[in-house]
Design a protein around this ligand. Structure first.
Ligand code: FAS
Ligand code: PHB
Length: 390
């Protein structure tokens, strides 16, 4: 088989890249090691920047997003028993965020790709990129016991943090930056109305909590937990009791609890691999970087990466220019590192660290008090949270 761009990974990065390149007349094949149901069953991000919404519109898959997504103008920060709203729309001159689960983004992109008759190989085993340091890269994979080869012009590694693409790069050719946080997030999904119309980020002496949602009848809550904790240690009742200890009284009074339909613990880390291009192979999304979810940047960075990469490949095929692909890594990394900084800052300000002593706790509260009393500080948070320009 031959194609122009072989994409490894059918998560948001791979699927969105595939749709953008299809729009630009560039042929792709996507190789995914899992089956569609497995990919859709992963409960992950829930909040889209305007830039991500714009890309979904560009590839013509934003109808359900606009019908079911919830547009939010602001968020609330809770600390010291009180809540403070940040009007991000006012602070940024009109920018908002949209609540629409990653599962739904993935489903919409999967359906659009299938409707367009584009090739996605699911249950592809042993996907392996080859010869990406030559002008004739290729990807091999095994399916139903048969080994296949795809000759291509380029390989897009959209296979996430644990994928094969980044691991296929010689260690001498790649520099990584890593920060593993000493805690995780215990997340719960419940068919209950959200405790508040907008997200509430809580800093509390017992640990961070986040109240978010998937719709007006499906809520998602997170509690900071120990890295060595296990989801089996957390009954629904224990989760709700702990959440109430970390919320302000108004939130407690409005909280509607119910049975969990999903419960999981996610580790938190900041990670960047440089560069994001290796000859004819590009990395995009979690394959190249990870952010702690505090700033809701993970999925949105995957979107901006594939925006830059799709434009570069469109230029290569349309104008026979390599300028875009030569600039891809530096362009993508410039935005990645700003999102890494913002996500690290939000995480540092809101979580309890093992070395959070009395001084650090006062600094965190001073940071938060300054933030909610300064138009300039709220504008800075707002422009980062709603998404820096591409
Ligand atoms: P993904 O990991 O989503 O997709 C990679 C795809 O490649 C997967 O389908 C995988 O099966 C496939 N793959 C892997 N190895 C392969 C191989 N060798 N061959 C073929 N296919 C292969 N972000 C937020 O903004 N907010 C959140 O709350 C949030 N919560 C998260 C919770 C968890 C547990 C995790 C892991 C991430 C979370 N994220 C969150 C970040 C997440 O949303 C990612 O940023 C997003 O999935 C990035 O999309 P992709 O880059 O496509 O990677
Ligand atoms: C979510 O809805 O899952 C979500 C929202 C905002 C975050 C993290 C997770 O910062």
């Amino acid at each position: 088989m031959r194609t122009q761009v072989a994409i490894i990974g059918a998560g948001p990065a791979g699927l969105l890249l595939g749709q953008l390149l299809h729009l630009y007349g560039v042929e792709t094949v996507i190789l995914e090691r899992k089956d569609p149901d497995y990919v859709l069953a992963r409960i992950r991000a829930g909040l889209l920047e305007q830039g991500t919404v714009n890309l979904m519109e560009e590839v013509g898959v934003a109808a359900r997003l606009h019908h079911e997504g919830l547009v939010h103008d602001g968020i609330e920060l809770a600390f010291d028993g009180a809540r403070h709203r940040i009007d991000m729309k006012q602070a940024t001159g009109g920018r908002t965020v949209t609540i629409y689960g990653q599962t739904e983004v993935t489903r919409d992109l999967m359906e659009a790709r299938a409707d367009a008759g584009l090739t996605t190989v699911y249950d592809a085993d042993d996907v392996t990129p080859h010869d990406f340091d030559t002008d004739h890269p290729r990807v091999t994979y095994r399916k139903d016991g048969v080994t296949h080869e795809i000759a291509c012009d380029f390989i897009a590694g959209c296979d996430g943090f644990h994928g094969i693409s980044r691991q296929s790069v010689p260690t001498s050719a790649i520099q990584t930056y890593d920060r593993v946080y000493p805690f995780g997030w215990l997340g719960i999904l419940s068919e209950t109305p959200p405790v508040s119309p907008e997200l509430i980020y809580c800093r509390h002496e017992r640990g961070f909590a986040l109240c978010t949602m998937r719709s007006t009848h499906r809520s998602r809550y997170y509690l900071q937990c120990n890295l060595d904790d296990h989801v089996d240690n957390w009954s629904d009742d224990r989760f709700w009791d702990e959440l109430k200890r970390r919320l302000d009284q108004e939130a407690v009074d409005h909280l509607i609890t119910g049975p969990s339909i999903e419960k999981s613990i996610a580790p938190l880390r900041s990670f960047v691999a440089e560069p994001m291009r290796f000859g004819r192979m590009f990395l995009a999304g979690d394959a190249a970087h990870i952010v702690p979810p505090t700033g809701a940047k993970g999925l949105n960075l995957a979107a901006s990466d594939v925006h830059f990469l799709s434009q570069a490949l469109r230029e290569f095929y349309g104008e026979k220019s390599s300028a875009g692909i030569d600039a891809y890594s530096a362009t993508a990394l410039a935005r990645v590192w700003k999102a890494e900084r913002f996500s690290w800052w939000m995480t540092s300000m809101l979580h309890l660290f093992p070395d959070t002593d009395a001084f650090t706790a006062r600094i965190q509260l001073a940071e938060l008090n300054y933030l909610v009393n300064s138009q300039a500080a709220m504008a800075s948070l707002s422009e980062n949270y709603t998404g820096l320009p591409y």
